[in-house]
Design a protein around this ligand. Structure first.
Ligand SMILES: Nc1ncnc2c1ncn2[C@@H]1O[C@H](COP(=O)(O)OP(=O)(O)OP(=O)(O)O)[C@@H](O)[C@H]1O
Ligand SMILES: [Mg+2]
Length: 319
């Protein structure tokens, strides 16, 4: 345990005039983990990334990045990290290939290694088709791919990604996420923001949720779902449409908290242990001479959990 954390942040703040964008956040990111940083628009995610990557000076607080002090060792930090900012940044007049090569040159990557890495990212980010095309002529998603791919031309221990998958189609997104996972297996630490909750769940070991500049929770995706995702439900349909007698009887089953039916005729039985509810539904259906035409367990999602964490306990629905 002599290795310092990849990121250690203590009471970090950023004020823009009257606006407090980041309001005293404290957390640490372990080496080799993917740390997700989730929050609504304007929560302070990008401001935090800008501070941690030395682009923006904190108003107060402390941070060390890979053991280096943010205030005094900015240069050392910059040498060991990669950053993909939220803003688009590219060299308009260069082709994909040249842009990657120049990036490698800036980072002093030897020629043979540059060549090898360029081919790797061209393949993994599916950029073959536009490798000779000028950045200016690329589509939004292609440009984003180039921007993320570029970081993998140089060596780094820690990578900051501010919404790296914006604009990527589902297939490329999955490839990029899998590529990131591979790099993490090889020792890379990733600090990652996204608004796509499924993606956060797929990639992140732990997630910090930030709202109004403050961290409201830090936990694994699994635990966040468990703690904030609410109850699960068994959703099913009867071939016969509806049966009030059946529902009344089923409603008496202790494992079920509530049963409702929507316009499409789907019944929804909320329960913390849906696996106990399913056999009961079949048992009663048989008793009433009814046929179940479809049935499944609706799991809570990270999105459910996220919404409940950032709505400050305000009740969004009628229940
Ligand atoms: N240079 C600035 N001057 C004034 N206010 C700023 C500045 N930069 C950011 N802010 C404000 O600080 C708050 C946090 O912004 P930030 O960009 O960090 O949010 P975010 O969590 O990244 O949001 P998004 O999901 O939309 O990217 C916002 O209210 C924003 O308007
Ligand atoms: Mg942002």
């Amino acid at each position: 345990m002599t290795e310092p954390h990849a990121i250690e942040v203590e009471d970090l703040r950023k004020r823009f005039g009257e606006k407090v964008a980041v309001d005293g956040i404290t957390f640490e990111t372990r080496r080799g983990e993917v740390f997700g940083f989730l929050g609504p628009n304007g929560a302070g995610k990008s401001t935090t990334i800008k501070m941690l990557t030395t682009l923006l000076q904190p108003t107060s607080g402390k941070a060390t990045i890979l053991g280096h002090d943010l205030r005094t060792e900015g240069k050392k930090i910059r040498q060991r990290i990669g950053v993909v900012q939220q803003q688009d940044s590219f060299d308009q007049g260069l082709s994909t290939e040249t842009s990657l090569d120049i990036y490698g040159l800036i980072w002093d990557v030897p020629k043979a290694e540059r060549k090898r890495r360029i081919e790797e990212v061209i393949q993994r980010f599916e950029m073959e088709e536009f490798r000779k095309r000028m950045s200016l002529d690329l589509s939004t998603g292609q440009r984003r791919r180039l921007q993320v791919a570029r970081e993998f031309i140089h060596d780094m221990d820690l990578l900051f990604l501010d919404e790296p998958t914006v604009g990527l189609d589902a297939i490329v997104r999955r490839n990029v996420l899998d590529f990131l996972k591979e790099k993490v297996k090889g020792g890379l630490t990733i600090f990652f923001t996204t608004h796509i909750l499924d993606e956060a769940e797929y990639l992140c070991d732990r997630i910090a949720v930030i709202n109004h500049g403050k961290i409201v929770q830090i936990d694994t995706p699994q635990n966040l779902k468990r703690r904030f995702g609410g109850t699960k439900a068994v959703e099913f349909k009867l071939l016969q449409g509806r049966s009030d007698a059946f529902v009344t009887k089923l409603g008496g089953f202790a494992e079920i908290a509530k049963i409702s039916q929507d316009e499409s005729g789907t019944y929804r039985a909320t329960a913390t242990r849906p696996e106990l509810v399913i056999p009961e539904i079949y048992r009663l259906a048989e008793m009433f001479g009814l046929t179940i035409s479809s049935i499944y367990i609706a799991e809570t999602t990270l999105e459910d959990a996220f919404i409940s964490m950032v709505t400050d306990g305000k009740d969004g629905g009628s229940g």
